[in-house]
Design a binder for this molecule. Structure first.
Ligand SMILES: NC(=O)C1=CN([C@@H]2O[C@H](COP(=O)(O)OP(=O)(O)OC[C@H]3O[C@@H](n4cnc5c(N)ncnc54)[C@H](OP(=O)(O)O)[C@@H]3O)[C@@H](O)[C@H]2O)[C@@H](O)CC1
Ligand SMILES: [K+]
Length: 489
């Protein structure tokens, strides 16, 4: 599991470390990491460092200081370095002095805009030290014009400028980095919203913040973590001991959601799957291993329910949801089940609040249930999780999973191909099977999201796919996460 720390936490850690390590030493460590990574990239892309051109975009604070020191270190490797000063009156004086001592050049962005533009356009690599942890709002016009002129590689110091450090949101022009070098640990801006894409490949440099950071605010599950958590049958197991998942989804007119959700439950674990609803014939035909019945009342016992995909929001759907919520077993409520919970608040009274519930809204469903998501997706998911005492999986390019006790994990997208009709039905089936296997609901949602994303990526392989193809790739995705776990054990 990799951690992500909110900016305030990083600031706290920084203050504690400053008590024993001078600020300048910390900055030099940070800058050295930026220089090392930049030199590696230059060597990979241009075959060397000596004589290569690097431009530094230098803003008003310590982020600019990092860039200037990185430039000084690169000078020692024979790189021609030009600092473009965006705020010459507030520039980090020691960093600038170090660069000039090392033989670097400087131009002032506003004073000599043509020279500044040329330095950036001609550079093999540009280092973005415009703004870091204190960044607010998008790039300002002078910086935007320079960033537009970049033709070479772009390395962001700490965060791509223009990305909100705590939410990853972008409200206008921003840097799109090839690589971001950050310090101590990832920040939310690297893994959420547009920031997850604009950060490029993130390198975390250890500058000695270490234990001062404490427990992370958000975690990222790696394939190896997911593989280690994925339920595996033992010799003593039979079809019942691994958990029976129930699926209440679909309609006679729209059986597809039921076929996809139930199929995902079949492929997620080797426990049994029951289906109840008007699509029983279609489900049985496609998945003969599923015990399917037309009526929820005849469904038999299960260890967890998936309810909602294709259910409809009429009286029949409402009755099914009420029945499922009353069974005292974990429930994954998706799609129309969420819409019903939003439109019919009495349904909450049926549920025993001690019974785990996983809600899997996209933004519009979330808005119906708990108000607009807004730019802070983690805060929104956390708020809803606490309010409903439920795990909330907020879908998006980066999926956020919040637990009622405040734990948050995010699942980063590998691409956008899985955003296709029926894809959510598959996700809910995976979650239901993991809940039936007895997994912690927050981890169940996170592991399902990770395997779902990987399955989409494997199935797509660079071309559009439907949800059926994603579903077929689920076994391969499970094999891969298990192999990753075995390799890291
Ligand atoms: N944490 C650590 O352990 C370590 C941190 N280190 C480094 O320090 C960095 C944080 O430095 P920092 O606090 O000096 O502020 P920083 O981000 O450079 O901003 C400076 C000023 O920019 C302005 N500004 C705001 N938004 C803007 C925008 N959109 N576009 C343009 N300008 C904008 C705003 O001033 P304003 O113009 O609004 O008055 C703001 O005060 C951190 O990211 C890391 O690189 C390492 O050196 C060592 C270890
Ligand atoms: K930056």
């Amino acid at each position: 599991m990799r951690g992500v720390w909110a900016v305030e936490r990083v600031r706290d850690a920084e203050r504690r470390v400053f008590e024993r390590t001078p600020e300048a030493a910390l900055m030099r460590r940070a800058a050295f990491a930026v220089a090392v990574r930049s030199a590696e990239l230059l060597a990979e892309q241009t075959g060397g460092t000596s004589g290569r051109r690097v431009a530094l975009l230098v803003g008003a604070g310590n982020n600019g200081g990092d860039a200037l020191w990185a430039g000084a270190f690169l000078r020692r490797r024979g790189v021609a370095v030009t600092a473009v000063l965006l705020a010459p009156d507030r520039v980090h004086a020691e960093g600038l002095a170090a660069l000039l001592r090392a033989g670097g050049r400087r131009v002032v962005a506003s004073g000599d805009s043509e020279a500044a533009r040329d330095a950036v356009a001609d550079a093999d690599l540009v280092i973005d030290g415009i703004v870091g942890l204190s960044g607010r709002g998008p790039l300002r016009p002078d910086a935007e014009a320079l960033v537009d002129a970049v033709t070479g590689l772009l390395v962001a110091v700490d965060l791509p400028s223009g990305v909100d450090p705590d939410t990853g949101a972008v409200a206008g022009p921003a840097v799109g980095a090839d690589v971001t070098v950050t310090f101590g640990g990832r920040k939310p801006g690297h893994v959420l919203a547009e920031g997850a894409v604009l950060s490029g490949a993130v390198t975390v440099a250890d500058i000695g913040l270490g234990e001062a950071l404490g427990e992370p605010d958000i975690v990222l599950l790696d394939p190896a973590d997911i593989g280690a958590l994925w339920p595996v049958p033992g010799p003593e197991d039979d079809k019942y001991t691994q958990g029976v998942a129930g699926v209440a989804a679909g309609s006679a007119t729209y059986p597809g959601a039921a076929v996809l959700a139930a199929g995902a439950a079949v492929l997620a674990t080797s426990g049994m799957v029951r289906y109840a609803g008007p699509a029983a014939d279609a489900v049985r035909t496609r998945w003969p291993e599923i015990v399917a019945t037309g009526s929820i009342a005849d469904a038999g016992r299960v260890q967890a329910w998936v309810v909602g995909p294709g259910l409809g929001t009429g009286a029949a759907g409402r009755d099914v949801l009420a029945h499922v919520l009353d069974q005292g077993v974990p429930v994954c409520a998706d799609a129309d089940a969420i819409n019903l919970l939003a439109s019919t608040p009495e349904l909450w009274d049926v549920r025993d609040p001690e019974t785990p519930l996983v809600l899997t809204p996209h933004d519009r469903e979330f808005a119906r249930l708990a108000g607009e998501v807004g730019t802070d997706r983690v805060a929104a998911a956390r708020r809803a999780a606490e309010r409903y005492n439920a795990v909330v999986l907020l879908k998006g390019h980066t999926t956020v999973v919040a637990a009622p006790d405040g734990r948050v994990l995010v699942n980063q997208a590998r691409g956008a191909w899985p955003a296709t009709a029926g894809s959510g039905d598959v996700l809910s089936g995976l979650i239901g099977a993991l809940l039936a296997a007895g997994m912690d609901p927050w981890l169940a949602a996170g592991c399902a999201a990770g395997v779902h994303e990987l399955a989409g990526d494997l199935a797509a392989d660079g071309a559009p796919i439907g949800a059926s193809a994603l579903l077929r790739a689920v076994p391969d995705a499970v094999r891969r996460v298990r192999a990753a776990a075995a390799a890291s054990a």
